[in-house]
Design a protein around this ligand. Structure first.
Ligand SMILES: *Cc1c(COP(=O)(O)O)cnc(C)c1O
Length: 364
């Protein structure tokens, strides 16, 4: 397709595509990082070089997202999946309960993990409509006195997004793994945000946590340090060896977006890319059918089916032959899925929509 380094258009849902410039920088720093004579993978995490990298990554993320004072930024390990357990371990009180909204597969996993830790009220479950929409926040009947409310802002498998920040009189905990950095958010609406880095921020291995200071006073005594937000925060994410390389590459990604207009510009490009792709689906006379209802359509993950499902395998294989890879839908819902994260170029969306039109003209 004539892209730099003979790269294909990669629609992977995760780990997802990274900016070419960042990959080049990481490559160049691999043998000898900024004249240190060593790579970031090989230096002490407590030394001045890595501490500098770490502090810049935190500061740049704060700048990108507009994280206000009174919040800590951590880089933990164990992926978003560990947060499914860590959140209730830290915030679900003895005899208390928490509210969960489930709009898709990841929310369901978070719910299952939390149920092991204590009492959970499910305040929304999209099962009835096949997880094709997000509720409006105002319709949620949150339980008075619950310890927190947990939801998944963007469901990666179903492509369902709330498309707005919540404004709730509750302690709001949010899994933002697949759409963090994709648009402007108001961090002050959240008590805790977590996100595995590998969808939209960097390599797998680092998990971003943004936590409001008062939450750190709620953690119970006696938790193992690795699973205690307060202890992790007090140690500056360095209770043990952090995922140094992953944090370094996340930092390069943050700088890349800061240089390229910040989140506002990222958001505008994401809107354009998603609009183009959804228009191709909507304009196909039912040949392609999107999963989510229009009001809840994700701008990051676009699952769709071919009305004639027998054509799906052929569609995906032909796309791959044409340099468009990882379009297979998640095994749980089938069909196709195009993930178009921040670093995914508009040219790739144009290539896909042209291919979709061409495929339809031949097979429709
Ligand atoms: C991928 C994903 C997860 C799981 O992330 P891991 O880092 O693999 O544990 C959780 N939530 C959402 C929304 C995801 O997209």
């Amino acid at each position: 397709m004539g892209q730099a380094h003979d790269r294909v258009f990669n629609f992977s849902a995760g780990p997802g595509v990274l900016p070419v410039e960042v990959l080049e920088q990481a490559r160049d720093g691999m043998m000898n990082w900024q004249g240190a004579g060593t790579s970031v993978m090989e230096m002490s995490h407590r030394g001045k070089w890595f501490m500098g990298i770490y502090e810049e990554a935190v500061a740049d993320l704060r700048a990108l997202l507009g994280v206000p004072d009174g919040y800590q930024v951590l880089f933990l390990q164990g992926g978003a999946s560990s947060q499914f357990t860590m959140v209730p371990m830290n915030f679900l009180s003895e005899g208390g309960s928490a509210d969960y909204a489930v709009t898709g597969s990841w929310g369901k996993k978070a719910l299952q993990a939390a149920k092991i830790e204590g009492k959970i009220n499910v305040v929304y479950d999209g099962k009835e409509t096949g997880y094709d929409r997000a509720p409006s926040y105002g319709d949620l009947e949150l339980s008075p006195g619950s310890d927190y409310f947990h939801f998944t802002l963007n469901e990666t498998i179903q492509g369902v997004d709330y498309l707005a920040d919540p404004s709730l009189d509750a302690t709001v905990v949010c899994d933002m793994s697949s759409n963090i950095l994709s648009r402007r958010i108001d961090v002050s609406k959240y008590a805790l945000i977590y996100a595995g880095a590998q969808k939209n921020c960097g390599p797998a291995g680092a998990t971003i946590v943004i936590v409001r200071d008062d939450m750190l006073e709620r953690t119970p005594d006696g938790l193992p340090g690795m699973f205690d937000y307060r202890v992790q925060s007090e140690s500056g994410s360095m209770l043990n060896t952090p995922p140094c390389w992953a944090i370094y590459v996340c930092g390069l990604v943050f700088k890349h977006w800061l240089r390229n207009g910040g989140i506002e510009a990222v958001e505008r490009r994401n809107e354009e890319k998603a609009a183009k792709l959804y228009a191709a689906i909507d304009g196909s006379d039912g040949f392609y059918v999107g999963h989510a209802v229009p009001e809840s359509r994700s701008r990051m993950n676009v699952p769709f089916k071919l009305a004639d499902e027998d054509l799906t395998a052929e569609f995906i294989a032909e796309a791959a032959e044409n340099g468009m890879v990882e379009l297979k839908g998640h095994r749980s819902i089938g069909g196709a899925r195009a993930s178009i994260y921040n670093a995914f170029p508009m040219e790739g969306v144009e290539a896909l929509t042209s291919f979709m039109a061409d495929f339809r003209s031949r097979r429709g």
